[in-house]
Ligand binder design. Structure first.
Ligand code: SAM
Ligand code: SF4
Length: 335
């Protein structure tokens, strides 16, 4: 039986049981598709959620039916008080996970185990050190790749997030899939999405169809299995016959999956967004600090949620740069 109260339900009947919390606007990498070249204006420290505020606000969501929490950022492991957030959250009746670039993950293996984290999403867009430097502006490939491998060896489930950019890393699609032959790894190709300041243009997009065509041409159509999708899926999943791992495609641009959306986002400065592409947001932190109830605010925000990509349901509106300049940069939303 669902414990969800009506505050998490939108007008389309979608239950928002999956809370993504951004812990910081800062990052130790500079991925060009995420962090604008000119940087971002950071919130004053006083406006950022403290560790206990993160936990207390998360509790309100859990009391109303959230059953999964993802910690993200910026780079969530940059927070010096990461463990102070992780452990209390792990006491809540939810699945707890995180998305990380893995650079600092070796410091937290024991904390993650103790908190019962079973799987993590790790972002890695290339298997080539020089390309890693080009996309992230930091010479940290071996650290990131080594830590992703350690996570697997330590028994964590790992989803490897790969943002594909045409002419940059689409020549590595097969290499990434081959990683799944002997390792229980889930590679997820993500279509490059437009956000403020990331110089998105359609010509850089590698679509779901292009990925599948490349895969079928290399492995053979009959070797590609389509896996059953769960409810609230965001990736369409596949496996090559005989391979241990699998791969998926997150086709937010060419084929969005909004029907089953169950996500709500809390930014590091305590605002909620009802969609990744929403041009508006509502601050929860200030009312929370003033001891005002935040449930009615959450409810009102979800009731305004649009059916598809914050109302950009056709390609024309989604591809208009002016729409995305009204949104935040990805680094400050929390992907
Ligand atoms: N720093 C952590 C990391 O990189 O995993 C967590 C935050 S990052 C914003 C979360 C995810 O968003 C990453 O997997 C990243 O690849 C993805 N992302 C960022 N900008 C994107 C874009 N423009 N299009 C598609 N995915 C994007
Ligand atoms: Fe940092 Fe992650 Fe954005 Fe890269 S994708 S700049 S690692 S927050």
């Amino acid at each position: 039986m669902s414990r969800t109260t009506d505050i998490l339900r939108d007008t389309f009947g979608r239950e928002h049981t999956y809370l993504r919390i951004s812990l910081t606007e800062k990052c130790n990498l500079r991925c060009t598709y995420c962090m604008p070249e000119e940087g971002v204006v950071l919130s004053p420290r006083s406006q950022l959620m403290t560790a206990s505020e993160v936990v207390e606000i998360a509790k309100v969501f859990v009391e109303n039916g959230v059953d999964k929490i993802r910690l993200t950022g910026g780079e969530p492991l940059l927070r010096k008080d990461f463990a102070e957030i992780l452990h209390p959250l792990s006491q809540l009746p939810t699945t707890l996970t995180l998305t990380t670039n893995a650079i600092l993950v070796d410091r937290y293996i024991e904390d993650l185990k103790k908190a019962g984290v079973q799987s993590l999403n790790v972002s890695l867009d290339t298997l080539k050190p020089e390309k890693f430097f080009t996309i992230t502006k930091r010479d940290q490939f071996h650290k990131a790749y080594g830590n992703a491998r350690s996570l697997l060896q330590e028994g964590f489930g790992v989803k490897l997030n790969v943002v594909l950019i045409k002419g940059f890393n689409d020549d590595e699609i097969i290499d990434f899939i081959q990683l799944t032959e002997h390792q229980n790894l889930h590679v997820r190709f993500i279509e490059f999405m437009p956000f403020d300041g990331n110089r998105w243009d359609k010509s850089k997009l590698v679509t779901q169809q292009e990925i599948l065509t490349k895969t079928e041409n290399y492995f053979g159509v009959d070797q590609l299995q389509i896996l059953q999708n769960k409810a609230n899926f965001i990736a369409r999943n596949y496996q090559i016959n005989g391979f241990i791992g699998r791969f998926g495609i997150i086709s937010t641009v060419s084929n969005p999956f909004c029907d089953g959306c169950n996500r709500i986002r809390l930014t590091a400065n305590g605002s909620i967004k009802n969609c990744l592409f929403s041009m508006s947001e509502t601050n929860l932190l200030e009312p929370f600090r003033n001891d005002e109830p935040i449930e009615p605010i959450i409810k009102a925000v979800l009731l305004k949620k649009k059916a598809v990509r914050a109302g950009m349901d056709d390609a024309r509106s989604f591809e208009s740069p002016t729409n995305h300049s009204k949104n935040r940069s990805m680094i400050t939303i929390g992907g």
